[in-house]
Design a protein around this ligand. Structure first.
Ligand code: GLN
Length: 533
């Protein structure tokens, strides 16, 4: 039988609702429960692929090529679920589908309305996922904050869904803020009371409150929350800020017996979870023996969320190497102005992440040159590979003005060009080369040594590619195309011979790294950085 948990958020955004949902997923999986995770996003974009990182943070790409919310990254890292495009539903998708049906005459004769047509569409998606999954628990996070106008159809849909699924099969969890008022020296429950009152107005009465707080909740406060919010006392869960790493969240919530209570409320009979491996991972993150400094040169560097999966992948690989990865975030444009020494001397590794548009690219090219010439371990991801090629073409092969046609359409040496299949594409939504593709690795290459394998599959998100007309020229000078698509047409990995670690890939390995399964390139990069002094 399928059980359902819906997680809503109250008072403010950025409460860590996604992390809390993912952590509950971790705990349930460790109890032997099959888990599926998904997110409903109330905005009208069909997917976040067309939004700037400034608006939305990272776009997380799934195996099937879906461009999704970054919370899906937490879900995949915290659980063993492999998500698909079914698992991120936006209002945009819902309305697109309803309006397409309307034009096709599927509702002929009827007035098309939010209730029931939009809500039915949402419920149909929940059922579709449930059918695919069978026995187990589906955790659905509702994006936004209770009280937002655009979130209402989702809340109405899950209210109806709970009624139809029957008691004991559905749980509502409300993650809410308990602010600390310094002047009064007190934690305040009123905003949460009001947020829950709003939910109850809609007809949803949460079973559990995840009380986000900077300070411990005393018994009196728990009692107050329970009474005023109509939640059983054992359902008041303290979700206090964790000290060191987000991977502590499942452990903290387990201490609060969240998984026990959820299983009891949903009548799932399971043993206590064995969290030994998770604990030891957390221990290795918190208390490593070694230390390494890695510079990430990007253009959205001031944004915590823009390169989320990359930062997480570095944490996983740090733990596996018993090493603290100190991230130095370098703004590519500032580097371009001030030169590399100020920002890059003292770095043991340099990573250039993906990106779009030409702002900051010259700074990244300077950073790639610095890494090559100073033999600092280099790891280029997507745009970071294209940058490596441009730099090598200009400064080693002597191809003056070499560039990507994305940045300079009149470049005399377009070493990076639009992929053939992209030339006719005009629409911007979901039209890049996306999702999982196979790469063949060259025997004897660094790439092969890293993966111990001749073929790999990785997730992609790009429109431009290495221009194969320049293959001979760069290879002659020592840059090896070490990975390519099976038809040999697309360069997927490049490396520089004789450099301790200069590896770049056209795909996004950061999406496949997990706490206890660090991604091999990240692992190799951190290891090489540790060896660099
Ligand atoms: N802008 C480049 C392209 O479209 C790189 C994309 C990326 O880094 N994700 O190919």
């Amino acid at each position: 039988m399928t059980k359902f948990i819906f997680v809503t958020g109250g008072v403010v955004s950025s409460l860590g609702k996604g992390l809390a949902a993912a952590s509950l997923g971790t705990l349930l999986e460790h109890r032997g429960v099959k888990v599926m995770m998904q997110k409903f996003d109330p905005y009208l974009n069909v997917d976040p692929g067309t939004m700037s990182p400034f608006q939305h943070g990272e776009v997380y790409v799934l195996d099937d090529g879906a461009e999704t919310d970054l919370d899906l990254g937490h879900y995949e890292r915290f659980t063993s679920t492999n998500l698909s495009r079914l698992n991120n539903l936006t209002s945009g998708q819902v309305y697109l589908s309803v309006l397409t049906k309307e034009r096709e005459g599927k509702y002929l004769g009827n007035t098309v309305q939010v209730i029931p047509h939009v809500t039915n569409e949402i419920k149909a998606r929940i059922r579709e996922v449930a059918e695919q999954m069978g026995d187990g628990v589906i955790i659905t996070e509702i994006g936004g904050t209770v009280g937002d106008i655009e979130g209402l159809p989702f809340l109405e849909a899950i209210r109806q869904f709970a009624l139809e699924a029957g008691q004991g099969n559905v749980l509502f969890i409300h993650a809410s803020l308990i602010p600390y008022i310094k002047a009064a020296g007190e934690l305040k429950t009123k905003p949460t009371q009001q947020s829950i009152a709003k939910l109850r107005e809609i007809g949803i009465s949460p079973h559990i409150i995840l009380a986000r707080t900077e300070y411990p909740l005393d018994p009196e406060l728990r009692h107050k929350l329970s009474m005023h919010c109509n939640v059983p006392i054992e359902g008041v869960i303290e979700a206090r800020d964790v000290k060191h790493t987000i991977y502590e969240v499942p452990l903290k919530l387990h201490e609060e017996r969240l998984d026990d209570i959820v299983c009891r409320m949903l009548h799932i009979d399971t043993p206590q979870p064995d969290l030994t491996r998770w604990r030891s991972f957390v221990q290795r993150v918190i208390n490593p023996t070694h230390h390494v400094r890695i510079g990430v040169v990007g253009k959205y560097i001031e944004l915590q969320d823009a390169y989320k999966s990359i930062y997480e992948a570095l944490t996983h690989s740090g733990a596996a190497n018993d090493c603290k990865v100190e991230l130095i975030k370098v703004d590519a444009e500032s580097l371009e102005k001030a030169g590399p020494d100020l920002y890059l001397s003292g770095m043991q590794g340099i990573l250039i992440p993906g990106g779009f548009g030409d702002r900051g690219t010259e700074g990244k090219i300077i950073a790639a040159r610095y890494a090559r010439e100073h033999k600092v371990p280099y790891f280029g991801i997507c745009l970071g590979m294209q940058i490596a090629v441009i730099e090598f073409a200009r400064n080693v092969c002597g191809l003056k003005g070499a560039n990507s046609t994305e940045f300079d359409s009149a470049s005399p040496h377009p070493v990076i060009t639009l992929m053939d299949e992209q030339r006719e594409v005009v629409d911007k939504g979901g039209t890049m080369r996306l999702g999982t593709w196979v790469t063949d690795l060259q025997a004897g290459s660094k790439a092969y040594e890293i993966y111990h394998s001749a073929t790999i599959t990785e997730r992609h998100r790009h429109r431009y590619e290495f221009n194969s007309k320049y293959k001979e020229q760069v290879e002659e000078k020592g840059m090896l195309i070490s990975g390519a698509s099976p038809d040999g047409k697309l360069a997927e990995m490049v490396e520089i011979k004789g450099h301790p670690f200069y590896v770049a890939c056209q795909f996004h390995p950061e999406f496949l790294s997990k706490p206890n399964h660090p991604h091999p390139i990240f692992y190799g990069f951190v290891k090489a950085a540790m060896a660099h002094h």
